[in-house]
Design a binder for this molecule. Structure first.
Ligand SMILES: [Zn+2]
Length: 279
């Protein structure tokens, strides 16, 4: 089982805290907790978001994740695109990271950063992603920050770049929640767009087991099932949790309920293995 969306480091975004106290722990302690969680849930690979706004020697914000990965087999970093940076020197450093295969994807924080996907400052990243054959993931939908602007985080913005950059593969994180049907339309229409199922429910085991939690599970599962049906492309949905915002095992059970059983193999494993070229 492959979890395509977790956090091993604080995202360092404007108006957002550390997400979870665990992410402030030293690498060994965080690694031990993550390894346990992955083992219990049966997860072989976990793809982890880097941080934003980094020193020059870490242009995609992955160095701390790489430190943690030394203690966690199967942990792979995702580099963060910074639309604030426009200098050639920065992109030369980004390309160096991509060329040594250090990241499995790039990620943009739509909404948190006030840049739409079609903003000129993202363009060079799409060219590099196509050249080095890694997908570009976008945070879409609801945010954790009152400083974020939602119009930049709507999944329709991904349609624009999917059309203009046909060689690039895009992933709509969180299926654009709450705009899950809009996201499904973008997936239906574009052959180069996927979605991940992470972060649709957050909380601890108690939240998921509570009466209200169980109600939310079935409501959200219905929205996921509808998005998959609407898109007519079950092979474009990827399992992800947004751990540590949700426990891996409880979240796995939610996704098992949301996705029709005949698509489990695709959603939990095969599609991610192919898209991110995991072996
Ligand atoms: Zn996330």
């Amino acid at each position: 089982m492959i979890d395509v969306h977790i956090h091993a480091v604080p995202p360092n975004l404007p108006g957002v805290g550390s997400l979870h106290p665990l992410l402030k722990e030293p690498p060994e302690a965080l690694a031990a907790a993550l390894r346990r969680e992955m083992q219990t849930a049966g997860v072989s690979h976990a793809l982890a978001m880097g941080s934003w706004n980094n020193p020059d020697d870490d242009p995609l914000g992955i160095n701390r994740t790489l430190e943690i990965a030394e203690f966690v087999p199967g942990l792979r970093p995702i580099g963060i695109m910074d639309p604030v940076r426009t200098d050639a020197e920065h992109f030369r450093r980004v390309e160096a990271v991509l060329s040594r295969g250090a990241v499995v994807a790039l990620k943009g924080y739509l909404g948190y950063l006030h840049y739409e996907p079609a903003h000129a400052n993202y363009r060079r990243y799409y060219e590099l992603a196509a050249q080095y054959r890694v997908p570009v993931m976008f945070h879409t939908g609801d945010t954790y920050s009152p400083a974020a602007k939602l119009k930049f985080a709507h999944p329709l913005g991904v349609d624009e770049v999917a059309v203009d950059h046909p060689d690039c593969k895009f992933v709509i994180c969180h299926i654009g929640n709450p705009w899950t049907t809009d996201a499904a339309e973008v997936i239906y229409k574009n052959m180069n767009v996927w979605a991940d199922l992470s972060g649709l429910l957050v909380g601890d085991d108690g939240t998921f087991a509570s009466e209200e939690g169980r109600e939310q599970v079935s409501e959200t599962a219905a929205a996921v099932a509808r998005a998959i049906r609407y898109s007519e492309r079950p092979n474009r949905f990827l399992y992800g949790t947004d751990w540590p915002l949700a426990p891996m095992t409880a979240y796995r059970e939610f996704v098992r309920e949301a996705v029709p059983p005949e698509w489990h193999e695709l959603v939990f494993e095969e599609t991610a293995r192919r898209l991110f070229k995991l072996v």
